[in-house]
Ligand binder design. Structure first.
Ligand SMILES: C[S@@+](CC[C@H](N)C(=O)[O-])C[C@H]1O[C@@H](n2cnc3c(N)ncnc32)[C@H](O)[C@@H]1O
Ligand SMILES: [Zn+2]
Length: 297
């Protein structure tokens, strides 16, 4: 299939759902024109790219998340199923809470998209549910990688704080190891929708943290403030913990360093020490905070 076809196919798919969108600049409704662009009534225009995603950012963005980081994250996800148990648990929880067979899901800060793709596959194959999926990330390189691997979800480069969605569109807002904007998440959630936020726990990547932050209090991670802030914004339905280890060989350990912001501060010496054993067990220790909209009476 030609690249042109991919752009048009994506535009035609999104056209079915165009009422879900609004202009991120002026908040007017958006229409898809000529299977080429998303255009609001004030003529703000966002073009479909040849890879099928749309860039809906409103200002120039500088981000430290680059192509190497997202390719490494994809490698760790696909080859080593590093986050797969988390995707399985999220799909199970979505299925448990969403009684309908059809639903709308947005992943805010989706990175290279592997989790949203995996969750969608599991929901369809294991739970026989159909979701309209949208992945949003501010980093173009993340969305580019996501669109390259999977054209099923709609992929958007956008700021999760100024998202291009009309109000009350989503049954589920996912937010996995990414920044949040709870006001915006509340706006786009349906009244009976759920937010599922994945946060690191105490031992998340502790082997790498120890190598970088030896003798400092950053060796372990505390999510106390994050959990508190979540509880202030949403009714906490459930906090589900998930902890496991994944054995990685040296090349995968190298990819692990590259796939996380922790890698931005590692020195040559620390990297050498971290890699020299050749094979290591790496701890994934996360929690899923599941919340509902809070209603003021
Ligand atoms: C640690 S990565 C997690 C990515 C993905 N959810 C995962 O777990 O693999 C954090 C992501 O948040 C994105 N991000 C940071 N600020 C953002 C914003 N304001 N709007 C949208 N995405 C943002 C980054 O570009 C990055 O992809
Ligand atoms: Zn506009």
């Amino acid at each position: 299939m030609s690249k042109m076809n991919k752009r048009m196919r994506s535009a035609s798919y999104m056209q079915q759902y165009e009422t879900m969108f609004q202009c991120p600049i002026c908040q007017a409704a958006i229409q898809i024109k000529d299977l080429k662009s998303m255009v609001c009534k004030n003529q703000h225009t966002f073009d479909f790219t040849k890879q099928g995603y749309v860039n809906m950012t409103t200002h120039a963005i500088k981000t430290k998340y680059d192509k190497a980081l997202f390719e490494s994250r994809r490698k760790i996800s696909d080859d080593h199923r590093f986050f797969y148990p988390v995707s399985e648990l999220l799909a199970q929880k979505i299925s448990q809470y969403m009684k309908d067979k059809n639903m709308t899901i947005v992943d805010m800060g989706c990175g290279e998209g592997s989790q949203l793709s995996d969750i969608n596959d599991i929901l369809t194959q294991v739970y026989h549910k159909q979701a309209v999926n949208i992945g949003v990330d501010l980093a173009k390189e993340g969305i580019l990688t996501a669109a390259k691997y999977d054209d099923a979800p709609m992929w958007l480069v956008a700021d999760l704080a100024y998202s291009p969605f009309s109000k009350q569109q989503f049954d589920v807002v996912l937010n996995i190891l990414s920044p949040s904007n709870y006001e915006e998440f509340t706006r786009i959630l349906k009244d009976d929708g759920f937010i599922m936020k994945v946060v690191p726990q105490h031992h998340y990547l502790q082997e790498l943290r120890k190598a970088i932050f030896a003798d400092t209090d950053k060796q372990t991670y505390s999510n106390k403030d994050t959990v508190e802030r979540f509880k202030q914004s949403f009714g906490l339905v459930e906090k589900v913990d998930i902890c496991y280890t994944v054995t990685l060989q040296q090349d995968a350990l190298q990819a692990l360093i590259q796939m996380t912001p922790l890698g931005w501060t590692i020195t040559e010496q620390q990297m050498h020490e971290f890699l020299h054993e050749g094979m290591r067990e790496i701890t994934v220790d996360l929690a899923i905070l599941i919340g509902r909209k809070r209603f003021v009476v």
